[in-house]
Design a protein around this ligand. Structure first.
Ligand code: XIL
Length: 361
């Protein structure tokens, strides 16, 4: 009984905070994308491939109509969750599988959405032919170059932002040796990847993307040093992104604005690319209220930084979230329940967007 009361008070407290930020009337029946200022894209991962393959449901994006309706209504940006990763789009050395990515890009165009391409240089979800092949350094370099020209070239003019390099540093701010290209070719390959991507699509904004950069630390310092170096060498780097996979075990991202500002000060765009907020199960009203605060803190960080032009959540419904599959005993990390009904976090995001200044970028 007392617990229920505490939970109710917590929910009310959040509601009160939200109410001061934006009178509910201003958000009305709007969607997230309609509530947002024009310069800021509101995105989601588009569910398919990856962990979904082992789940007891068909591939979400092509098969779930209700899912596509919500996707079209709520978002102005779409990130293929797995469909542009190497193992998915380049399953054999001489074969590409463009169908699922093409479908997302076409859907996005039909619905006035931009696309975030994800990803080109990563240590994970690479096909066996690449990871287990025996290539000379020259071959490996040519393989990466061809991949980038082929994939980025195919979607030339249709991608707002590419995560060119994903998770290239470990927790100590050292280059990840699990990354086959970095290990075999050395860290200089990162600059080449950006140059090739820029040649293949000169209009796409090219990003560094990682998790564990929501608070200051050695990893953020490593990215700051790398970004400064690349810019000094006139490498076409345009942005730095925080994935922001948050857990309620570790606290709200209350220093994220300061981190993003350091990169903004270098003249880069910034973005939040994979936000979700997982909690230990079971769900309580109190946890949902805290979750809403975390979501709002991340959004506020982006809103506070001039060049933060893209705010993406990693899926919008728990039905398809990667969290329960990857983090045992945690879940409920998205802004909607399995049936697409909205959690407090959804309303908080929408009200915060509706109250945000409409500025120009
Ligand atoms: C995750 C997907 O959501 C899963 O479907 C897949 O099985 C594994 O990858 N950082 C990233 C994303 O850059 O690509 C990851 O996506 C989550 C962590």
């Amino acid at each position: 009984m007392r617990k229920a009361l505490r939970a109710a008070v917590a929910v009310l407290a959040t509601a009160a905070l939200v109410a001061t930020a934006a009178p509910p009337a201003s958000a009305g029946g709007k969607s997230l994308r309609d509530a947002a200022p024009r310069y800021l894209k509101i995105g989601t991962a588009v569910a398919g491939g990856g962990h979904h393959v082992d789940q007891p449901y068909p591939d979400p994006f092509p098969n779930d109509r209700k899912y596509r309706q919500v996707l079209a209504r709520e978002f102005s940006s779409a990130s293929p969750e797995n469909q542009m990763k190497w193992e998915f789009i380049h399953p054999e050395r001489h074969r590409y599988n463009f169908g699922p990515a093409d479908a997302i890009v076409a859907f996005a165009r039909r619905h006035g959405q931009v696309v975030r391409g994800h990803t080109l240089l990563w240590h994970s979800q690479n096909p066996a032919w690449l990871e287990e092949g025996t290539f000379t350094k020259a071959e490996l370099r040519r393989i990466l170059k061809e991949h980038i020209f082929t994939v980025v070239g195919r979607y030339r003019g249709k991608i707002q932002q590419w995560d060119v390099a994903n998770e290239i540093f470990n927790e100590n701010g050292e280059y990840r040796q699990e990354n086959i290209f970095i290990r075999e070719l050395g860290p200089g390959i990162v600059a080449d990847a950006f140059r090739w991507a820029h040649q293949a699509d000169p209009r796409a904004q090219l990003f560094l993307n990682d998790y564990g950069v929501e608070w200051p630390g050695v990893k953020v310092d490593a990215y700051h040093a790398l970004a400064s170096e690349l810019l000094a060498a006139r490498v076409p780097l345009h942005g730095f992104a925080s994935q922001a996979h948050l857990s309620m075990r570790y606290g709200a991202p209350d220093q994220l604005a300061a981190v993003l500002q350091r990169f903004d000060d270098l003249g880069l765009h910034t973005a939040i690319t994979e936000l979700d907020v997982r909690m230990d199960l079971p769900v309580t009203d109190e946890k949902l209220a805290t979750q809403a605060v975390y979501y709002r803190t991340a959004l506020d960080a982006c809103l506070a930084v001039d060049g933060c032009n893209s705010f993406t959540i990693w899926g919008f419904t728990d039905k398809y979230s990667w969290v329960p599959v990857f983090f045992p005993a945690e879940g409920a990390a998205t802004v909607m329940w399995d049936d697409f009904s909205r959690k407090p976090a959804y309303h908080t995001l929408r009200d915060t967007l509706a109250a945000a200044p409409r500025r120009h970028h």
